[in-house]
Design a binder for this molecule. Structure first.
Ligand code: ACO
Length: 336
């Protein structure tokens, strides 16, 4: 789906952002001791130097909580006033109850509808679209959206093709009506034919966790890296191009590009083919790896911290992930 929403009569924006990453750092040198790989291979093929790993007792809601509190504080919103909590995650605390409900309880957001959303690495963009819809229609006044992942717990640490890519973290944003600026448009899509290219086969109703599933290591991420790479390089470009065209904007109008951080080569390809100024790109993959749904909100929080987001800054975000799903959002940043 695609839409220029700037003429909808009500402006909706992000009024606060926050992020949290676990303390433990796993470097490429550490990975060299675990699988047959090298710092040189990982750095040149992916741009990743290190990633954060959650403590054994940390689940998705534990990472989400500090990120959410930071975003709420930045927005000046009391958690009790929240009316919507959407948690995008592929690594929920458990299948149910939803991590969104667990987080709402931790926050004391008793008045909020709270649930999870599963769209892989595109989860945060999908969550932003849902919160936009709820706020734009007046159903919600204060929405919290979170991307949180503990991918280390579904990573096969013996598979060098995947274990070098992923990291843990959380990012959050508060979505509210704003006086000016705000979200200009979305482009979102899914192609389920690519589902098997990036999946966790066991743990659902298709293949419950049994001793046989564990023997096959089917509880871990399985990925056809080359296929996902091909899809991602194409869709990161077309999604952004179609959205900007729908918004009547050109690539030169974009002040800051916050792409999902899956692989620096995918980002470089998108930047080159879109014709974006490389100086306008938020890059932190070297420090976090691929944190899936947390990647864009962590990027936003870092951009805010580094003074890259100011009143009027035009921000383009794009992601691609399991599903296969994709999504882009274009917005004007609002301060205060
Ligand atoms: N260290 C050393 N060698 C390795 C490693 C490693 N960690 N992993 C693979 N290799 C080897 C392969 O075995 C292969 O060797 P061979 O030629 O002898 O067979 C060689 O390196 C090349 O392998 P390729 O898979 O062709 O390497 P490529 O350049 O495609 O990079 C990568 C692999 C990094 C996984 C890439 O395909 C990629 O980034 N894909 C997209 C992944 C992605 O973004 N996934 C997440 C999407 S979003 C989400 O929702 C989670």
């Amino acid at each position: 789906m695609i839409g220029n929403v700037s003429g909808n009569g009500i402006a909706v924006g992000i009024t606060g952002v926050g992020a949290y990453a676990p303390e433990k750092v796993l470097t490429n040198a550490d990975l060299e001791t675990m699988v047959d790989t090298s710092d040189e291979w990982i750095t040149t093929r992916t741009g990743i130097r290190e990633r954060r790993i959650a403590a054994p007792e940390q689940a998705a809601s534990d990472l989400a909580l500090p990120a959410a509190r930071q975003a709420l504080e930045a927005a000046g919103v009391d958690p009790k006033e929240l009316d919507l909590v959407v948690v995008a995650t592929a690594t929920p605390d458990m299948l149910f109850p939803a991590t969104g409900a667990l987080l709402a309880e931790e926050l004391g957001a008793r008045g909020a509808a709270a649930y999870d959303l599963l769209a892989g690495c595109t989860g945060f963009v999908y969550a932003l679209a849902q919160a936009y819809g709820a706020v734009a229609t007046g159903l919600s006044r204060q929405a919290l959206i979170v991307g949180t992942e503990v991918l280390s717990k579904i990573t096969n640490w013996n598979d060098r093709g995947t274990c070098i890519l992923f990291g843990d973290g959380a990012g959050a944003a508060v979505v509210q009506p704003v006086e000016r600026g705000g979200i200009l448009g979305f482009e979102l899509g899914a192609d389920g034919s690519g589902g098997p290219d990036l999946c966790v086969p066991a743990g659902g109703s298709r293949q419950p966790i049994t001793s046989g599933a564990l023997e096959e290591e089917a509880q871990f991420i399985k990925m056809n890296g080359a296929e996902v790479f091909r899809f991602a390089t194409r869709i990161m470009v077309t999604s952004a191009e179609e959205l900007l065209a729908a918004c009547g904007a050109g690539v030169e109008d974009v002040d800051l590009y916050v792409p999902h951080q899956a692989n620096k080569r995918i980002i470089d390809h998108a930047v080159k083919n879109l014709g974006l100024d490389p100086g306008k790109v938020l890059l932190n993959i070297d420090r976090y790896g691929n944190t899936s749904s947390a990647s864009i909100p962590i990027g936003l929080a870092e951009a805010r911290e580094d003074g890259l987001l100011a009143e009027g800054t035009r921000v383009l975000m794009s992601a691609v992930g399991a599903g296969l799903t994709w999504g882009s959002v274009y917005m004007t940043w609002t301060e205060g």
